[in-house]
Design a protein around this ligand. Structure first.
Ligand code: COA
Length: 325
């Protein structure tokens, strides 16, 4: 049976220039490099300049993805930006990205599912592409999480960083089989009863301020391992694949101990798990495409590989997606 699949034809990413090390943070809060590395695996994070909004990171990542796909900005007819840190309350960051890239009129909007945003955004783009509503989509995860930090709170400010990653998604004919190129299946979840475990204490309709990120780290940690493992299993099932078939796991990069906990639970070969948390920290919706691009640039992930993405974040939201490159 012939089906239209949404294929990932280009991947790109961008990190702002400034690097903030654990030692830098130890100068402003009561922490140490040893504590951060041992509990999280994070050694450094990138930080955007004051005059460098989220849309600038998104545009750079998108340009690189378009170059890899061999597409021009003028061909882009759908932009979905997953972000928790939009340039402004409105318009959508996707609209600003469309203008800055010079795409012309098309469809553009943001998706807000915090750290799970990229997987959610991919599923949205899949709907447009597979139904013939878009022929050249940009799915972008772009975040400046450092803008949401309370720099006096050592339990959160050491965990996050800024960056952006992008996929170009285009239609390809498939057979409805697991050997098809493209997005094969998803599992998406939200448990709104747990909004109080990870949130920002501000917003336009409450405080009228941007607010700061607050987190019950221990509880989020406990939910993460169990929930992510379940979503990975469900996404594999929806895609008609076995976990053992997967060439590469590209997890959300929040904490090396979460990545390892999920891997152990599912019996994953750790050599197949991509980890960039040491150098990127948690870049929320940007972390998956950033990690994916890093592993494609160094030659690990190649065309034809079966890749499983997973994420978890505020909401609480979580999800997973299997795709063949
Ligand atoms: N430096 C030094 N000490 C720190 C610290 C820091 N940056 N942050 C917290 N501590 C202290 C705590 O104050 C606590 O001290 P106390 O025992 O005197 O009260 C101690 O370390 C242990 O805190 P705890 O929260 O139990 O540590 P933990 O092992 O759970 O690690 C996290 C904390 C945040 C690293 C961990 O819970 C975590 O990664 N959670 C998931 C977070 C996450 O990934 N969220 C995003 C999902 S998208």
């Amino acid at each position: 049976m012939s089906v239209i699949r949404s294929a990932v034809t280009g991947v790109g990413s961008y990190l702002p220039e400034q690097v903030v090390t654990n030692a830098d943070l130890a100068k402003i809060v009561d922490t140490t490099d040893e504590w951060i590395v041992e509990r999280t695996g994070i050694r450094q994070r990138h930080k955007a300049r004051d005059d460098e909004p989220t849309s600038d990171l998104a545009v750079e990542a998108a340009r690189r993805a378009l170059l890899q796909a061999g597409r021009e900005a003028s061909e882009v007819d759908l932009i979905v930006v997953a972000t928790t840190t939009p340039d402004m309350t409105f318009p959508a960051t996707a609209s600003i990205v469309q203008r800055k890239l010079g795409c012309g009129v098309g469809i553009a909007f943001d998706v807000q599912a915090v750290c799970s945003g990229f997987v959610y955004a991919l599923s949205v783009a899949d709907g447009f592409v597979a139904r013939g509503l878009a022929k050249c989509a940009l799915v972008i995860g772009a975040e400046e999480m450092t803008r949401l930090m309370d720099w006096t709170d050592r339990t959160t400010c050491v965990l996050f960083g800024d960056g952006a990653g992008a996929f170009v998604v285009e239609p390809r004919e498939g057979q409805g089989a697991k050997t098809d190129q493209g997005l094969l299946g998803f599992a998406l979840r939200c448990d709104g009863a747990k909004t109080d475990l990870l949130y920002v204490d501000g917003g336009p309709a409450t405080t009228g301020t941007v607010g700061h990120l607050r987190m019950a780290g221990n509880q989020v940690f406990r939910h993460a391992v169990v929930n992510i493992a379940e979503a990975i299993t469900a996404a594999a099932q929806a895609s008609g694949i076995e976990i053992a078939d997967v060439d590469w796991f590209v997890p959300h990069q929040a904490n090396q101990r979460i990545i390892k906990g999920v891997g152990d639970r599912l019996g994953l070969d750790e050599n197949k798990v991509i980890s960039t948390v040491a150098t990127h920290a948690n870049t929320s919706a940007a972390s998956i495409p950033l990690a994916m691009d890093a592993a494609m640039q160094d030659g690990r992930i190649k065309t034809g590989d079966l890749v499983l993405l997973e994420a978890m974040g505020g909401g609480l939201t979580w999800g997973a997606c299997a795709l063949r490159l």
